[in-house]
Design a protein around this ligand. Structure first.
Ligand code: F6R
Length: 242
């Protein structure tokens, strides 16, 4: 695990965008695994700016997002699909036909998840997987558990995740209670991983991820075992780390 310390969120975002941009320059038809949430927004903004200036071309890139709320259609403004369009896809020259998010509108969880697994596998798994980390160490929607999950599956969101995500909804009751998420094993199949963290509320999770035991109680801790994992985090998120 390589840890890069940045002075603040802006610095984190620029460095992360540099890593993703380098990936796309070196391999124009890269498969990128992408995340939603607050953390990567600055990275997406920076990449969109470079794309506008002609410095980063996404025309041959394919993307697979980590997760989607169960029960929301792609058009729902609260869906992760919508989030990706608003914050990234509609601002870059990517072919929307090459952007994939689990199908939250499919009520048949087994079908939606196995179909998504098949698509990610057929694409050869991401060259680079971008991740954020939850305050409890979750990655994707893989919450602390007594085992590491494998493929894409349906999860019941924990109360803390519902509360954390409620900031993007009118109130906590509107937050869907279930989501489809790539499993930890699928995430580990990515050839390289870039995980971002910003702010003091992530400090404990970042410490546990980097220095704690590898345990499903902190799903991100398994990234210690990945052969090419880079953490880019700001001072506040690294406050507990030596
Ligand atoms: C989002 C995702 C989540 C977030 C995590 C951190 O697709 O999979 O694991 O990365 O909840 O969220 P933020 O960035 O909002 O703190």
């Amino acid at each position: 695990m390589r840890v890069i310390r940045t002075k603040d969120y802006r610095d984190m975002s620029r460095k992360a965008a540099n890593v993703i941009s380098a990936q796309v320059i070196l391999k124009p038809n890269s498969v990128l695994g992408l995340a939603t949430g607050t953390t990567p927004i600055g990275t997406y903004e920076q990449l969109a700016e470079w794309n506008r200036k002609g410095d980063c071309d996404f025309s041959q890139v394919t993307t697979y997002n980590l997760d989607e709320y169960r029960g929301l259609t792609h058009e729902d403004p609260q869906s992760y699909h919508y989030f990706m369009r608003q914050n990234f896809f509609d601002k870059i020259n990517i072919d929307l036909a090459n952007t994939f998010v689990p199908d939250g509108a499919n009520p048949n969880a087994d079908e939606a998840c196995s179909e998504y697994d098949r698509m990610v596998r057929d694409a050869g798994y991401p060259d680079l997987q971008l991740l954020g980390i939850g305050r409890n160490g979750h990655i994707g929607f893989n919450e602390p558990d007594d085992h590491f999950s494998k493929g894409t599956h349906c999860v019941n969101l924990t109360e803390s995740t519902i509360q954390a995500n409620s900031r993007l909804f009118d109130n906590a009751d509107d937050v869907p209670r279930q989501a489809y998420t790539m499993g930890v094993q699928t995430i580990m199949y990515a050839r390289s991983i870039l995980i971002l963290a910003s702010g003091p509320e992530k400090a404990q999770a970042v410490y546990d991820m980097c220095f704690g035991p590898v345990t499903p109680q902190c799903p991100a801790s398994i990234l210690q075992l990945h052969t090419s994992c880079t953490v880019i985090a700001d001072e506040a998120a690294l406050a507990l780390c030596p």
